[in-house]
Design a protein around this ligand. Structure first.
Ligand code: HEM
Ligand code: HEM
Length: 175
């Protein structure tokens, strides 16, 4: 019998990445970007960097896993879905890459490692601009991704959410 779900490791990675990325997008915009670059900010930045690195590692693991655990057979509109998933994976990797570049270029890494102070402001560095734009693109892509998932689930009624472990039945088959 064919399985219409992603395998357990892929489903676990999907929800872990989703939780971490949503947390970073919200706290990055609402907390981190608003804080002045003083000593109190260092702890926040450290957590942000660790979680951002973790998200990127999980995305790399997800891509590597595709060879061993192929995804379930495609559903209707798969080309758009494929493009959307590619864009989501790329934007998370771009966020981690631009974030890493930013702490290296600005000298903030020393402060995070415990010897040194943060630069007066991150805004003067180009990777900061890229990081901010990528974060806005990520919010747009995640919004479209959720709308697409709800459209499939509620209007096409192909139980798409079952593919990522939500609900029962066989996704990919219209009723
Ligand atoms: C930051 C948040 C999220 C990211 C980065 C993300 C990313 C992805 C990616 C890359 C895939 C392709 C599957 C794979 O390669 O393993 C996927 C599939 C999927 N996601 Fe998300 N996702 C997020 C949040 C959500 C949320 C909140 C929902 C529920 C409303 C959702 C529902 C789905 C569904 C139903 C699929 C299967 C689609 C298919 O197989 O055609 N995702 N997601
Ligand atoms: C998936 C991973 C990540 C997400 C979703 C994310 C998200 C964000 C967001 C939303 C902001 C605020 C942007 C704005 O308001 O314009 C931000 C700022 C920042 N992020 Fe990230 N980030 C990620 C990874 C990283 C990594 C890996 C690092 C460093 C290694 C990093 C370092 C920073 C720094 C230094 C700032 C600037 C704070 C400021 O301007 O005061 N980020 N991030």
């Amino acid at each position: 019998m064919q399985d219409f779900r992603y395998r357990a490791p892929q489903i676990a990675i999907h929800w872990l990445v989703a939780a971490v990325v949503l947390f970073l997008l919200a706290t990055g915009m609402l907390v981190l970007a608003e804080l002045p670059n003083n000593a109190q900010k260092v702890g926040n930045l450290r957590i942000h960097m660790i979680l951002g690195g973790l998200a990127a590692l999980l995305v790399v693991a997800r891509i590597a896993l595709r060879r061993r655990l192929p995804p379930p057979p495609p559903v209707q509109g798969e080309t758009l879905g494929w493009l959307g998933h590619l864009a989501l994976n790329l934007v998370v990797l771009l966020l981690a890459f631009s974030g890493a570049l930013l702490v290296l270029q600005s000298g903030a890494l020393d402060a995070v490692l415990g010897n040194g102070v943060l630069p007066e402001d991150f805004k003067q560095f180009l990777p900061r601009k890229i990081h901010g734009l990528a974060a806005r693109a990520a919010i747009g892509l995640v919004g479209l991704h959720v709308l697409a998932a709800l459209y499939h689930q509620l209007i096409v009624k192909d139980r798409l959410l079952f593919r990522v472990g939500l609900g029962f039945g066989k996704a990919g088959q219209s009723q």
